[in-house]
Design a protein. Structure first.
Length: 459
């Protein structure tokens, strides 16, 4: 059985700051799991639209084609799925967009045979097993799966499976050309800038403790439930393998929040093998977790940069966003990182619930204060995107004017939803939000910082 897993490119006009720089770990995990469970019976490959042009001929001869669907590449998924279906393949969708809108997709897209909801390793492995047997299928026994009953009606299996830490396997990179991603990285991050030579990514955990506790930030659309940590020894073994096989020198840990558990993080750092002490890291953190006691561990791990989701410089807006943080905590985090010689990447979301021009002005001033503190070579402000799976998307669905119509759609215009959100749930107009987005993004640019400060990587 020939299986193709595909990550279509984003064709919408949205920036993708790391496009083609890091392999699709989700698809790699699925492929690794399939090979482990069905190696003698399948041939599995990955096509990544971030690094290659996808042509419909690539699906010829495939028995199954699976597509990773997010809100930004979904229309491209549909186009490619129709082509793959024309070659006789079974079509499977997965990913965040498909997980939330599975019922709408199956009602409107007859060529989509199955949808894997949330984590897909177990579901896809069991589905392939049933399709290999070619006997009487009992799809309801497969967790996390949407399918059609004999009368064509879409239905979801009765159980949801969440991978245990033991099931969170190390994704093999054998299915992709690693050098193509590294080459893309080098095109952006040149040696005259801040470049490491051989960056790759991994995940050490899944889930967000803040989301589990409170429901999460209103704009968050990530679907991982429950905080789960991989085995520390297995993670370091994966890093050793990346270093030995691909000469990796920089790791981007894509986990939701790398400081979900400071205790776990400290253990991870303390268990680092001596031969991996030269590896550097990019991690994510909430500002309230950057405390004095965590700084020595960030230094010991060679954390080069911390991605900080600050979101707003206005405390009232932060409260409405359920961020669980404040501008004071953000400033404290920035100063501590600066004093430790660690770079940080502040990220802002504009158009939050109740946003006003005054609150936008406060965020602009806050971003300027961060620039004065220093230790930043990039900063990002985006307009709130009501993506399916987020609390703000659910709010829009409840809107009496346009919610019912939207609730039946599978193709979502993010730009249209941005404007509807700004118009109905803030106290500012869209053009003003765009103006402040531009101003904040111009406070710090990688190019200006490189020229002004001569930023280099100390190896």
């Amino acid at each position: 059985m020939k299986i193709v897993l595909c990550n279509p490119e984003v064709k919408l006009k949205y920036s993708h700051s790391r496009k083609g720089m890091y392999p699709p770990l989700g698809l790699l995990s699925l492929a690794t799991c399939l090979k482990k469970t069905h190696n003698d019976y399948i041939d599995v490959s990955i096509i990544d639209g971030d690094t290659q042009t996808i042509k419909h001929e690539m699906f010829r001869g495939a028995d199954i084609v699976g597509f990773h669907a997010n809100t930004f590449n979904y229309e491209n998924c549909l186009d490619l799925a129709r082509e793959a279906k024309g070659y006789g393949a079974k079509i499977i969708f997965g990913g965040p967009h498909a997980s939330i809108l599975w019922k709408n997709i199956m009602a409107k897209r007859s060529y989509v045979d199955f949808i894997v909801i949330q984590e897909g390793e177990k579901a896809l492995s069991l589905l392939v097993e049933q399709l290999l047997n070619k006997g009487k299928n009992c799809f309801d026994d497969i967790p996390n799966l949407a399918y059609r009953k004999s009368d064509g009606a879409p239905v979801k299996s009765s159980s949801i499976h969440i991978n245990t830490p033991e099931e969170m396997i190390t994704p093999s990179r054998e299915f992709i050309n690693v050098d193509s991603y590294i080459d893309n990285y080098r095109k952006i991050y040149t040696k005259d800038c801040i470049s490491f030579e051989r960056p790759l990514s991994l995940y050490s955990s899944k889930g967000c403790s803040w989301r589990d506790k409170t429901g999460g930030c209103v704009f968050c659309a990530r679907l991982e439930r429950d905080v789960r940590f991989r085995s520390i020894s297995e993670i370091w073994s994966e890093i050793r393998g990346l270093k030995e096989q691909y000469n990796t020198d920089y790791i981007w840990d894509i986990s939701d929040d790398n400081l979900n558990s400071p205790k776990w993080f400290k253990s991870f750092v303390d268990q680092r093998p001596d031969d991996l002490s030269d590896i550097s890291f990019l991690i994510y953190s909430r500002v309230n977790r950057i405390k004095e006691d965590i700084i020595p561990f960030l230094k010991k791990l060679n954390v080069y940069e911390v991605y900080l989701g600050i979101e707003s410089g206005d405390d009232e807006i932060l409260k409405s966003t359920l961020k669980g943080a404040s501008s004071r905590l953000a400033l404290n985090a920035a100063q501590r990182l600066k004093d430790a010689g660690i770079y940080y990447f502040p990220s802002f979301v504009l158009g939050l619930p109740g946003e006003t021009e005054k609150s936008l002005s406060n965020t602009l001033k806050f971003s300027e204060n961060l620039a004065k503190i220093g230790s930043i070579f990039r900063m990002s402000a985006t307009i709130l995107m009501p993506i399916p799976g987020s609390q703000v998307y659910s709010t829009i669905l409840n809107n009496p004017v346009f919610g019912d119509e939207l609730s039946e759609k599978d193709i979502i215009s993010v730009k249209d939803l941005e404007k509807k959100w700004i118009e109905n749930y803030t106290n500012v107009d869209y053009a003003t939000v765009e103006k402040y987005q531009k101003l904040i993004n111009e406070v710090i640019t990688m190019e200006s910082n490189t020229q002004s400060f001569g930023l280099k990587v100390d190896k």
